[in-house]
Design a binder for this molecule. Sequence first.
Ligand SMILES: NC(=O)C1=CN([C@@H]2O[C@H](COP(=O)(O)OP(=O)(O)OC[C@H]3O[C@@H](n4cnc5c(N)ncnc54)[C@H](OP(=O)(O)O)[C@@H]3O)[C@@H](O)[C@H]2O)C=CC1
Ligand SMILES: O=C(O)[C@@H]1CCC=N1
Length: 273
Amino acid sequence: MEQDLGEIKVGFIGAGKMAHGIAQGILLSGKVCPGNVMVSAPSLNNLGKFKDCGVRTTHCNTEVVRVTRVLFLAVKPHIIPSVLQEVSAVITPQHIIISVAAGVTVATLERLLPTGSMVLRLMPNLPCVVQEGALLFCRGTRAGPGEAGLLRELLASCGLVEEGPEAFIDIHTGLSGSGVAYVYMLAEAMAEGAVKMGMPSALANRIAAQTVLGAGRLLRDSGQHPAQLRADVCTPGGTTIFGLHALERGGLRAAAMGAVEAATERARELGGK
Ligand SMILES: NC(=O)C1=CN([C@@H]2O[C@H](COP(=O)(O)OP(=O)(O)OC[C@H]3O[C@@H](n4cnc5c(N)ncnc54)[C@H](OP(=O)(O)O)[C@@H]3O)[C@@H](O)[C@H]2O)C=CC1
Ligand SMILES: O=C(O)[C@@H]1CCC=N1
């Protein structure tokens, strides 16, 4: 059910890439006006782009907590303990605290926050910036369906938003939070292959980007299994099967599975699990 977000105040501690992506999604939804969003960071390095879209900025983390109700923690995982120590005294039971820090568990967040704090853990990815993110969240012990619904409403313009058990959050980090970088690496390598075969780099990169976009949209919108779509591209004895054979020889599948596994394990390690 749609909630009236009315005058809800949204805060971000940390003003980096992920805070910007999520804030943009929230503002694009039109449900929260820029004047009701506040962001903090120690330096001016990243605050300018928020100021430019009318968002309030500060260097004081406790100010963000005081003037907002929904609070995104968007600092690097190792900074989370010191930030929570700094702001805990001004956190109230009405705050809804959403951490996007890779690996940092609900149990850790709840231990570092005042007893009874409402916590959710969210793993977004960078394409939130273009409203094509893939986001998975779970609820802490005090966050209920109302808070989950509010978060969904806020993130509605960021892309696909799913709720799941906390055990899936680190896996989602390996698959999608980090996964966008694997796709960029593949796009880069494909473009380099085209350059090797004689195509100018700028054209090769534009075509590689569109190839990734088109393949992704068709995969999502058709609902078909990737193996089916892959088979659809293959003419017997044609070009694609020769290309796929080269990828199999290079161990692409094992490498991709290993990448998701390695990044998931690293997220678990960051969370001390
Ligand atoms: N990048 C990604 O694709 C994804 C990142 N994440 C998670 O998002 C979180 C943020 O990552 P990302 O946006 O990439 O990081 P960035 O390095 O882009 O941004 C980090 C921000 O934290 C600020 N910061 C540092 N120390 C403090 C402090 N003590 N108080 C307040 N703010 C502080 C920095 O300030 P300043 O501007 O002054 O440098 C900066 O604005 C991480 O926990 C990461 O795990 C999750 C999914 C995807
Ligand atoms: O590399 C990282 O740790 C973060 C989390 C997912 C994407 N970037």
